[in-house]
Design a protein around this ligand. Structure first.
Ligand SMILES: *[C@@H]1O[C@H](CO)[C@@H](O)[C@H](O)[C@H]1NC(C)=O
Ligand SMILES: *[C@@H]1O[C@H](CO)[C@@H](O)[C@H](O)[C@H]1NC(C)=O
Ligand SMILES: *[C@@H]1O[C@H](CO)[C@@H](O)[C@H](O)[C@H]1NC(C)=O
Ligand SMILES: *[C@@H]1O[C@H](CO)[C@@H](O)[C@H](O)[C@H]1NC(C)=O
Ligand SMILES: *[C@@H]1O[C@H](CO)[C@@H](O)[C@H](O)[C@H]1NC(C)=O
Ligand SMILES: *[C@@H]1O[C@H](CO)[C@@H](O)[C@H](O)[C@H]1NC(C)=O
Length: 557
């Protein structure tokens, strides 16, 4: 997505230390920090279809028996729902104090660069501590709406890791770099990351999400009379993610025949609720860097001891909190791209907790409850959800919705038992703010000098790679005989397997399974949509107050 999503922490090339006499240390290769790349297949070697030498499966024939079984619907019938914990083939790294608070889960402190894993509902609500994504007893599942983030990717263009590599490489090439002790590895370290596109692990995340969705919700396919229409955007990793989801859900041999993939254009000048910032000036100008500024204040606090600790081991490159932050990002990016990273063990458990909180600040103030454009950016998806729930066409277009898509029954069909939309981390966060999930914002503006006790706005939970929000539409009590013709009565929403408390949706009563009567939810959502002033929040010329008291993602009226 746009540059605003990259958490572009101000990466200032330090004024260089000019070593007068070469310090003792490891001899540094001049290629240290060099960027390396590789592309496959070999030049000129592409497949021509059909290839007489290699006929495809259909041409060869003899597939053996191919009877299809019945669909699974584990979300309703299994005794319990499997938790998603798979991070294979990633190594969960050690920290520099592995024995202090063992076991410490570094992979769960990567913020928006973490792989998604199932969460417990207790995270947001004591009342929901025992709630499960399993369909509540006595209810019938009618419909499911999934909106998910893309999988693990390389750094966004110009993000701190490549700037760090370039700075290191310049110093090494000038013959000025000396490294020792824990930083010795930098002598031969090269930058192997590309930019923007999915990593192989990222592909597996979406494939797994598709497989999981088929096992949990596959029986809903019986309610389709036409092929499903599922949406993503045109960006490389977004399309790749959507296709891998479909491949996991339908299987690689048939997925291209089994559904329609709608690809909305993700580019300045185009409307899309899945990439709304391109139709929201304040969502893509300096206001979107407000979180970076706040996070840097915190980096100066939590990384100050690490600067002192590590500086003695490197000569030629003065360390700063933002350089160390780039190294922590490198740990995360190398892990999800290369499987492991030598940067990870440089930092302590507390510094990983600090890094995680830095991401929380960056998101809260740029793409979460504290930014005045957040609700505007999330409200388009909320409007489309409402349109689908009520089977009512949207008629007023003053948000990020693309009118020619949302009014067209072919491109935006009603009555699908399964909806799937792909989006970005920042928009997953924006949807939750726009829909008034106030439990996520209840702790108020986040401080930049310490981590608050009982901290809940945790980006690692909200918007990790392949993060997913599932909306279940239910009939309770279930009809005596299963029926597709019932009028659904209830709804609830689930974030990464944690049932969400609908605290900010007027009229939804607290309970132990997170459900709300559908008509109450619809009225509250209509009211909430009326509260959000897209045109003002996206296009008016204003300054974000600093300190920033905003907790609802809207400019204070
Ligand atoms: C390398 O050190 C020399 C001598 O101190 C200095 O003039 C030069 O600017 C340095 N260059 C880099 C890239 O560090
Ligand atoms: C709306 O979507 C259609 C179909 O993708 C596209 O041709 C059109 O340019 C889009 N309009 C805007 C304003 O995004
Ligand atoms: C795109 O969004 C703007 C509002 O931000 C709206 O005025 C315009 O009509 C929309 N265009 C389409 C094709 O939906
Ligand atoms: C809906 O979209 C399809 C595909 O772009 C197009 O062929 C059709 O004319 C549209 N229908 C209407 C009513 O605009
Ligand atoms: C959103 O939450 C705020 C704070 O709890 C509340 O004042 C407002 O009424 C809520 N909006 C809706 C539509 O329920
Ligand atoms: C926004 O307002 C400020 C202060 O009134 C003004 O200096 C600036 O030029 C305005 N910016 C735009 C894009 O209109």
């Amino acid at each position: 997505m746009g540059s605003h999503s990259l958490l572009a922490w101000a990466f200032v090339l330090p004024s260089l230390i000019h070593a007068t006499s070469p310090p003792a240390g490891i001899t540094v290769s001049s290629f240290a920090g060099a960027t390396t790349t590789f592309a496959f297949p070999p030049a000129g070697q592409t497949i021509t279809v059909p290839d007489p030498a290699f006929p495809d499966g259909e041409q060869v024939g003899f597939p053996g028996p191919t009877p299809t079984g019945d669909e699974a619907i584990a979300i309703a019938t299994a005794p319990s729902i499997a938790k998603f914990t798979n991070v294979f083939p990633l190594i969960n790294p050690a920290t520099s104090n592995p024995n202090s608070k063992a076991p410490f889960d570094v992979l769960h402190h990567f913020g928006n660069l973490a792989p998604w894993q199932s969460l417990s509902s207790a995270w947001l609500s004591a009342r929901l501590a025992n709630a499960s994504p399993k369909i509540p007893a006595g209810c019938q599942l009618d419909q499911v709406h999934l909106v998910h983030r893309h999988g693990a990717r390389y750094p966004t263009t110009g993000a701190p890791p490549s700037a760090f590599a370039a700075a290191l490489h310049a110093v090494a090439q000038a013959g000025n770099l000396t490294v020792t002790g824990p930083l010795s590895f930098l002598a031969t370290w090269e930058y192997k990351l590309g930019a923007e596109i999915l990593t192989p692990f990222g592909r597996s995340q979406l494939f797994d999400l598709g497989v999981g969705f088929r096992v949990k919700y596959g029986d809903l396919l019986k309610g389709f009379t036409k092929l499903p229409v599922w949406r993503t955007t045109s960006q490389g990793r977004m399309l790749d993610s959507a296709l891998h989801f479909a491949a996991g859900f339908f299987g690689v041999q048939t997925y291209q025949q089994d559904y329609h993939q709608l690809i909305q254009i993700e580019q300045l000048g185009f409307n899309s609720t899945l990439s709304p910032y391109y139709d929201c000036t304040n969502g893509i100008n300096d206001h979107s860097n407000f979180g970076t500024t706040q996070a840097l204040k915190w980096a100066n606090v939590y990384l100050a001891p690490a600067v002192k600790r590590l500086q003695p081991f490197i000569k030629g490159l003065p360390l700063t909190p933002s350089i160390l932050f780039a190294m922590q990002q490198l740990c995360a990016y190398e892990t999800v791209a290369l499987g492991y990273s030598t940067f990870c063990p440089l930092f302590t458990d507390d510094e990983w907790t600090g890094y995680s909180y830095g991401n929380d600040l960056a998101f809260w103030y740029s793409f979460g409850p504290g930014n005045p454009t957040t609700s505007a950016q999330g409200i388009g998806y909320a409007q489309e959800l409402l349109s689908r729930l009520t089977q009512t066409r949207i008629t007023k277009f003053d948000t990020s919705i693309n009118a020619s898509i949302a009014t067209n029954e072919t491109l935006f069909p009603f009555g699908q038992p399964i909806y799937v939309d792909a989006t970005h981390d920042t928009i997953i966060s924006a949807i939750l703010t726009a829909m008034n999930f106030t439990a996520l914002a209840a702790e108020g503006p986040l401080p930049t000098d310490h981590i608050p006790p009982n901290h809940v706005y945790i980006v690692n939970n909200v918007a990790p790679f392949a993060s997913n929000i599932v909306t279940q539409v239910l009939t309770c009590p279930a009809p005596a005989t299963p029926s597709a013709n019932t009028k659904p009565t209830h709804i609830r929403m689930i974030l990464n397997d944690a049932v969400l408390p609908l605290t900010g949706l007027a009229g939804c009563q607290p309970n132990s399974d997170g459900t709300c009567p559908l008509d109450t939810f619809v009225s509250a959502l209509q009211k909430r949509i009326g509260e959000v002033d897209y045109q003002f929040d996206c296009f008016a010329n204003y300054s974000i107050p600093d300190p920033d008291p905003i907790v609802n993602g809207q400019f204070p009226q």
